[in-house]
Design a protein. Sequence first.
Length: 94
Amino acid sequence: MPTYHLTTLKIIDREKFLEYATKARPLLEQYGGEYLAAGRAAGSLEGEAIALPLVLTKWADTQALVNFWDSEEYRSLRDHRSGAVLVNSTIIES
């Protein structure tokens, strides 16, 4: 059963964030993650659309996502992005 990971981003230091993002993508893919969408909401059918940039990824299951998130390599990247972006993370199990 696939798991989806939705993150919202409040980018504070664009240059530092882009450096992080460039390194994070191949690592995410190495751990089996797949980028489905990245950008801003195009609108809403009900209520207010999320105003911040969004990233949606797909994983084989929640454990695959956790393995990536807790990996030594990604922990190092998260440390590097510190101060560049505020992240809110939501796991969706289907």
